[in-house]
Ligand binder design. Structure first.
Ligand code: UDP
Ligand code: MG
Length: 219
């Protein structure tokens, strides 16, 4: 009886969802650090050398901002410029969708670098609400860098990035947000022994050598 019920339910479920339940649980590394700490650069190098998919929350938000017909475009644009953190309902849906799409295309792609998330309490709660039990957070890869270096790098990047937030005014706000909202999240993970810290003030190659040591050990 139960067996028949289950198989009937399975038949009624959309095939994608049913398949998903059979898939390996996503393994996630959160990548955090101040603006310009080098998260994106290092993630690109990780992808070249390890079997990870890079999902930048900021990139996903910028794509949603640019998507024609998006109801959130305006809100995202103003939050980014102000260095504020977008309500998690928006971000978590973009992340979830990107993870699902990746795994639907290739079930073996279940390792994710989630870059620039969770940035505050709201982000973390949203992640726990939606993803708890559905993905394993292995650790936080923390790119540690002084505010001065962060600002300098972003201003340099601003010359060619075309980003609306790589200017001095937005950067001051982004640094504030980072110190006030993101650092406490990193400290929270630290208390659980889940932070792998890298000195990110050095050259790309030097930083990546440390990243490799960490990933080779952690898998
Ligand atoms: N952002 C957000 N939620 C996120 C990630 C990014 O609201 O989960 C917004 C926020 O306004 C942030 C901006 O996007 O300042 C740029 O984020 P990104 O990660 O691209 O900047 P980075 O830290 O890499 O310089
Ligand atoms: Mg980035």
């Amino acid at each position: 009886m139960i067996g028949r019920l289950v198989s009937n339910v399975a038949k009624r479920l959309p095939s994608v969802l049913y398949r998903e339940s059979m898939m390996t649980k996503p393994q996630v590394v959160f990548v955090l650090g101040g603006p310009g700490a080098g998260k994106g650069t290092q993630c690109a190098k990780i992808v070249e050398n390890y079997n990870y998919t890079h999902l930048s929350a900021g990139d996903l938000l910028r794509a949603e901002r640019a998507r024609e017909g998006s109801e959130f475009g305006q809100l995202i644009a103003s939050f980014i410029k102000e260095g504020k953190i977008v309500p998690v309902e928006i971000t978590i849906n973009l992340l979830r969708k990107a993870m699902e799409e990746t795994m639907q295309k290739d079930e073996q792609k279940y390792r994710f670098l989630i870059d620039g998330f969770p940035r505050n309490e709201d982000n973390l709660q949203g992640w726990n609400n939606v993803m708890d039990g559905k993905a394993d957070v292995k650790f936080v890869l923390f790119f540690d860098c002084s505010n001065e270096v962060c600002i300098k790098r972003c201003l340099e990047r601003g010359k060619s990035s075309g980003r609306t937030d790589d200017n001095r005014e937005s950067l001051e706000k982004r640094i504030q947000t980072y110190l006030q909202s993101t650092r406490p999240i990193i400290e929270l993970y630290e208390k659980h022994g889940k932070v792998r810290c890298v000195d990110a003030s050095r050259s790309v190659e030097e930083v990546f050598a440390d990243v490799q040591r960490i990933l080779d050990k952690e898998g």
